[in-house]
Ligand binder design. Structure first.
Ligand SMILES: [Cu+2]
Length: 286
C-alpha cells in the first residue's frame, strides 16, 4: 500500500513536467512558422461551377516555404488533331501531352479572386491580365523544378500538368511574396482552361501574356494561359500539416503517374529558353 502510493505521488510531478514541456514546444514553434491555405474554386466565366477544384497549403518557416496542393478537374491533355492544334497556337510536338497548368502565388492586388465583372473587354473570358486587379501580379511561380520566380511564370516545361495532380515542393520564398501573404494579399492561381468547356473566345483569341510556344506559328490561344482555378490564401488555424496526408483526386498513385506524364511532356517540349525567346521576339514585333 505504502509503496504504491509513493510511486503514484512521485509520478504526478513528472507528468506535470512533461505537460509543461509539451505546451512550450508548439508555442516556440509557432513564433517563426506560418501556415496558410487556399481553397481553389473555378474562376468565373472560365471554368464551369463545380467542374474543377483544389486545395493549397503553404507552411512557412523563416524563408522556407513548403507548398502542398491537390487539384482535380482541370484540362487533361492537349488536343491531337493538327487543325485544332494550329488554331490554338500549339505545335504538333505537343499533341496529346498533358495540358500544362502554370500556377503562381499572385500578390499585391485586391487579395481576391476575379468575379465575372473582371471581363472588361466583354469577350466572355477573364484573361490573366484582366484578373490582375483582383489577384495582383505574379510573386512566385509554383513550378515543379528550378526557378520559382516570376521569370518562370509561363515556362510550361516546369509546370504541373493534366486534369488531376498533386504538387509538393519546398523552396526559398522571396520576401515580396512572403510579405504579401502575411498582409492577406496572396492569391493562388492555376492557369489553363479545358477546351471542352472554355468560353468560345478563349479558343480564338491570343493569350494576354504574349506567350508563343516553341515551334508555333502564332501566339498560344487564351485557353493556354487564362486563370482556371483561384483561391485566396488565408492563415490556417493548424500549426502542422494534416496527418492524413494529401488526398489525391485520381487515386493513390496519381502523384507518381502525373510526374511521369509531366516529364514525358517535358521531353516533347523544347525548353523554357525557347518560350521566353519567343515571347521576347513577339514583344518586339508588336
Ligand atoms: Cu498566375
Amino acid at each position: 500500500m505504502q509503496t504504491k502510493k509513493k510511486l503514484f505521488l512521485a509520478a504526478v510531478p513528472a507528468a506535470a513536467c512533461v505537460a509543461a514541456l509539451g505546451a512550450g514546444v508548439p508555442a516556440a514553434h509557432a513564433a517563426d512558422s506560418w501556415s496558410y491555405q487556399a481553397n481553389l474554386a473555378p474562376v468565373a466565366l472560365n471554368t464551369p461551377n463545380g467542374a474543377a477544384s483544389g486545395h493549397v497549403m503553404i507552411m512557412i518557416k523563416g524563408d522556407q516555404a513548403t507548398v502542398s496542393e491537390t487539384v482535380s478537374g482541370l484540362a487533361d491533355k492537349l488536343p491531337t488533331d493538327k487543325k485544332t492544334l494550329d488554331a490554338l497556337g500549339i505545335p504538333v510536338a505537343f499533341a496529346g501531352a498533358p495540358f500544362p497548368h502554370v500556377q503562381h502565388v499572385h500578390i499585391d492586388g485586391g487579395g481576391m479572386c476575379p468575379t465575372a465583372s473582371a471581363d472588361t473587354n466583354g469577350d466572355g473570358v477573364i484573361s490573366t491580365v484582366e484578373g490582375q486587379p483582383a489577384y495582383g501580379k505574379i510573386g512566385t511561380t509554383l513550378s515543379v523544378k528550378g526557378d520559382t520566380s516570376a521569370k518562370a511564370a509561363t515556362d510550361v516545361t516546369k509546370a504541373p500538368g493534366g486534369a488531376n495532380f498533386t504538387y509538393k515542393r519546398t523552396f526559398t520564398i522571396n520576401q515580396a511574396t512572403l510579405s504579401a501573404i502575411k498582409a492577406n494579399k496572396g492569391v493562388i492561381v492555376v492557369h489553363g482552361l479545358n477546351p471542352a468547356t472554355a468560353p468560345k473566345a478563349s479558343l480564338t483569341t491570343a493569350n494576354s501574356l504574349g506567350v508563343t510556344l516553341p515551334g508555333a506559328s502564332k501566339k498560344l490561344a487564351l485557353i493556354g494561359t487564362a486563370p482556371a482555378l483561384c483561391g485566396k490564401l488565408v492563415q490556417s488555424q493548424m500549426n502542422t500539416m494534416p496527418t492524413g496526408g494529401v488526398q489525391t483526386g485520381g487515386g493513390g498513385t496519381s502523384g507518381i503517374q502525373d510526374q511521369g506524364l509531366f516529364y514525358g511532356a517535358g521531353a516533347l517540349l523544347l525548353g523554357a529558353g525557347a518560350v521566353l525567346t519567343g515571347r521576347r521576339r513577339f514583344g518586339k514585333q508588336h
